[in-house]
Write a protein that binds this ligand. Structure first.
Ligand code: HEM
Length: 405
């Protein structure tokens, strides 16, 4: 039987709601960090969202994420919500199946393949930025951060560019439609469309986009079935658009609040490349979750089979035991320190798309910094955010001063 709130000792109880705390809607990251500031413990149990553990230290988080035997990844969600959607491949697969998926997926997302995507990512970034050039008041999220990864995803999946408006609508509906039925309907439309795309690519194989690469991927005579490619395409949609948009918007929020940091990047956009890892660390926003497979004791605390264990990367990526001056932006951290953040997770499920994600973040910021002289938060409009396992911003109104071109 999973842990019940009534049996959790007082010393391990906390009152954190990572989904619906009202402070998350104003500034989700600040809200998380405020929780961290109060914590002296390695872990605690909250009764919210069907009850789950929260890990506060980097060391313990790493132990959980790297122990796939004791901490499984199905179902993902807080609260776990498998009934409402298809199984996510490869995230929700068991260790053996997962190894096979990774072997087939990794070559598609390896650095030299991703490098060939740079010119097209840059072309999309420039097109979107040029379309808003001159507007001194924009919503960074809907005008820049969302459209660019959506266009990149559409191109990678071989989707028609005429489908983009429809895709924005499904995507926004999937995450934010007011009712569960509407969100599910958007998810089904996306899945159906991706199924048609995969079938079309099977009939007429092309070269170069991710669907073609996945259909052709072969390791030791093994290939993915069309259904598996559809499942993976669905996860790539979930994992590859909103995440990049969130990372870009949290980073611009950081830079808008720290004009001296922005000024340095505007003066020399080539410095963006060396700052990306530190942007990722400071703006990590995913709360990963694992389901305990069997009773296990960690740091003297019994975690029971079936317990949901949440690893908030925003918190563990600022652990002072690992990162000196953890709240300071420092793009010169030692390599060992720099690469240890949990923005992309850790262990077997560490983000397969991390090279592409870093490329998108770097290229968009380079092009933004080149064009925009200064960025500040609008005083007349509010930031809107949300919590959940993928916390993010729904509106980031900013005032821009465009540089002379
Ligand atoms: C800044 C952007 C991104 C962030 C912060 C991010 C973060 C993450 C994290 C934390 C995980 C681990 C989840 C877990 O262990 O429970 C993950 C997994 C994954 N991500 Fe990303 N991601 C980003 C962009 C992308 C992109 C662009 C793609 C591909 C187009 C992608 C594809 C995936 C896939 C397929 C997995 C599952 C890997 C597995 O289960 O083996 N991600 N991502």
């Amino acid at each position: 039987m999973p842990t019940n709130w009534s049996e959790v000792p007082e010393s391990l109880r906390c009152d954190i709601d990572i989904v619906a705390d009202s402070a998350l809607s104003q500034d989700p990251q600040a809200c998380m960090l405020a929780w961290l500031a109060q914590e002296q413990r390695s872990l605690a149990y909250t009764p919210h969202n069907d009850g789950h553990w929260i890990i506060f230290t980097h060391k313990l988080a790493h132990q959980v994420l790297c122990d796939a035997k004791n901490f499984g990844s199905f179902p993902i969600g807080v609260p776990a919500n498998y009934q409402q959607r298809p199984r996510l491949i490869p995230l929700e697969s068991g260790p053996d199946e997962h190894r096979r998926y990774r072997r087939l997926l990794l070559p598609v997302f390896q650095p030299d393949v991703v490098k060939t995507m740079e010119s097209s990512v840059r072309a999309h970034a420039c097109a979107v930025l040029d379309a808003v050039m001159g507007n001194d008041k924009i919503d960074f999220l809907s005008d820049i951060a969302k459209p660019i990864p959506t266009r990149v995803f559409a191109e990678q999946m071989g989707l028609e560019s005429t489908m983009l408006p429809q895709f924005y609508a499904w995507e926004t509906g999937f995450y934010r439609a007011p009712t569960l039925e509407e969100r599910l309907a958007c998810g089904q439309q996306i899945a159906l469309h991706l199924q048609q795309v995969v079938e079309q690519h099977q009939k007429q194989p092309g070269a170069g986009n991710i669907v073609d690469l996945l259909l052709a991927a072969e390791v030791e005579g093994e290939r993915l079935t069309a259904e598996e490619v559809q499942g993976i395409a669905y996860l790539l949609f979930l994992a590859g658009i909103d995440t990049v948009a969130s990372m870009l918007s949290f980073t611009i929020l950081q830079l808008a609040r720290n004009p001296h940091q922005y000024a340095q990047l505007h003066e020399d956009p080539e410095k963006v490349a060396a700052s990306v890892e530190e942007f990722l660390r400071l703006n990590a926003f995913i709360s990963l979750n694992r389901i305990c497979e069997q009773d296990i004791e960690i740091e003297g605390v019994l975690i029971k089979a079936g317990d949901n264990v949440v690893v908030p990367s925003a918190i563990t990526s600022r652990d002072p035991q690992v990162f000196g001056a953890p709240d300071t932006f420092d793009s010169n951290r030692s390599r060992g320190e720099q690469n240890r953040h949990h923005a992309f997770g850790a262990g077997a499920h560490k983000c397969v798309g991390l090279h592409l994600a870093k490329l998108e973040v770097r290229v968009v910021l380079e092009e933004f910094c080149r064009r925009v002289g200064s960025v500040s938060l609008s005083s007349d409009r509010k930031i809107i955010g949300h919590g959940g396992t993928t916390m993010g911003l729904d509106a980031l109104p900013v005032d821009l001063h465009w540089a002379a071109q």
